[in-house]
Design a protein around this ligand. Structure first.
Ligand code: PGA
Ligand code: ZN
Length: 395
């Protein structure tokens, strides 16, 4: 039976040591648990998060009673109820941290009642393609002070034959980068997502990763490609893109990114431009979209209205998918469906603040995303990568 009998909410730790919301949902014979992640370089159009204690107290009083007795198998009905109770466009009523934890926990409770893994329940019999792991090995920006200016230098093992090989290839690049940094006399710690956060410039970061992927190609016989999350809104001052010792106009920024794509054979560039500049995205997409994924994260914030604008302007060929940017699983699915209908690829993504929740590994598989972006090392990241290995085994 898939009828919801009990819902519990609690405050738990996330990977930055901050508080976040975890939801448990019980049916008579099923159970689902999920926790909300949180961003540091959040987009200005994202759904809103409320302080955890306040959000939980409010939900216990005003949200949970209206969900008890609902059918967990009716995901759209459940999510519509959350939207109705919230009453705002951006979940500022009950908090997107509450809604996303409940919405994902509900899907997991329904899947559990039906004795199915989540990826199978959501993806059906034809869910067969595994997403490739995309993870950052060097990072700075909003995730680590005094490190690289580009937020994330990413790798994705396009040449891997299966998930296990893919996950280990990324980890090998990460390990080699540390050794190469040592050779350059650069010791360093890690940023929020487990990427190395050395005090080096972006040019050296590119070189080190190129060298590390070359070593992995020799050792493991796996080609590993490079990508970027520029998180350019963090550099945008209203007129220009501000780098430490350089200022770039929008045209300069487009030319710079296009140059990087060709110089380093980048296969993926996320948020290369300001989050509301659809026209600049369109210009860049026109220049490099035939050979590189141009992905909108802060640009689209997983919301169909913004993806629709992007489609009309041909602003990107890829959409980053973060369930907590929009607040429910139904909205997340609608974003994926709209993107795929128009020939865009999708990438399921973690946030910089995470828990050991593995739900996004299932969503990436169920929704046929090309990549699962979730870091390379660290407990809260490997939880998802190891789950991906298990999912492939079940397929
Ligand atoms: P965030 O950053 O989770 O800190 O917002 C990740 C990203 O920009 O992709
Ligand atoms: Zn991003």
């Amino acid at each position: 039976m898939t009828i919801i009998e009990v819902i519990e909410l609690r405050k738990i730790l996330d990977s930055r040591g901050n508080a976040t919301v975890e939801a448990d949902i019980y049916t008579s014979d099923g159970f689902g648990r999920s926790a909300a992640p949180s961003g540091a370089s959040t987009g200005m159009f994202e759904a809103k998060v409320l302080p955890v204690d306040e959000a939980i107290n409010n939900a216990l009083e005003n949200v949970i009673p209206a969900l008890i007795g609902m059918d967990s198998a009716d995901q759209e009905g459940f999510d519509e109820q959350l939207r109705d109770i919230d009453g705002t466009a951006n979940f500022s009523g009950i908090g997107a941290n509450i809604s996303v934890a409940l919405s994902l926990a509900n899907a997991k409770a329904a899947a559990s009642s039906m004795d199915m893994p989540l990826f199978r329940y959501l993806g059906g019999a034809f869910a067969k393609e595994m997403p490739l792991p995309l993870g950052n090995v060097i990072g700075g920006g909003a995730h680590a002070a005094n490190a690289t200016e580009i937020q994330e230098f990413l790798v994705v093992p396009g040449g891997a034959s299966d998930t296990e090989e893919a996950v280990f290839a990324n980890a090998a690049v990460h390990r080699h980068v540390r050794e190469l940094l040592k050779k350059h006399g650069k010791s360093c710690g890690k940023g929020d997502e487990g990427a190395w956060a050395p005090q080096i410039d972006d040019a050296l970061a590119f070189e080190l990763i190129a060298e590390a992927t070359g070593l992995v190609a020799d050792e493991m016989n796996v080609e590993v490609d490079m990508g970027l999350d520029v998180a350019a809104s963090q550099m945008w001052d209203g007129t220009n893109y501000k780098y430490r010792s350089k200022v770039r106009s929008t045209e300069d920024q487009i030319a710079y990114i296009a140059e990087l794509v060709d110089k380093y054979n980048l296969v993926y560039v996320e948020d290369p431009l300001f989050e509301d500049d659809f026209d600049a995205f369109a210009e860049l997409n026109n220049q490099i979209g035939d050979r590189c994924l141009v992905c909108g994260d802060d640009l689209f914030v997983t919301q169909v209205e913004r993806i629709q604008q992007g489609i009309e302007k041909d602003a990107a060929n890829c959409v980053l998918i973060k369930p907590n940017q929009v607040g429910t699983l139904t909205d997340t699915f609608e974003a994926v469906r709209l993107a795929h209908t128009h020939g865009m690829d999708t990438v399921m993504s973690h946030r910089s603040g995470e828990t050991t929740d593995t739900t996004i590994a299932h969503l990436a598989t169920a929704f046929s995303c090309v990549f699962l972006k979730c870091g390379v090392v660290g407990g809260e990241r490997i939880a998802k990568l190891n789950e991906l290995i298990r999912i492939e085994e079940q397929l």
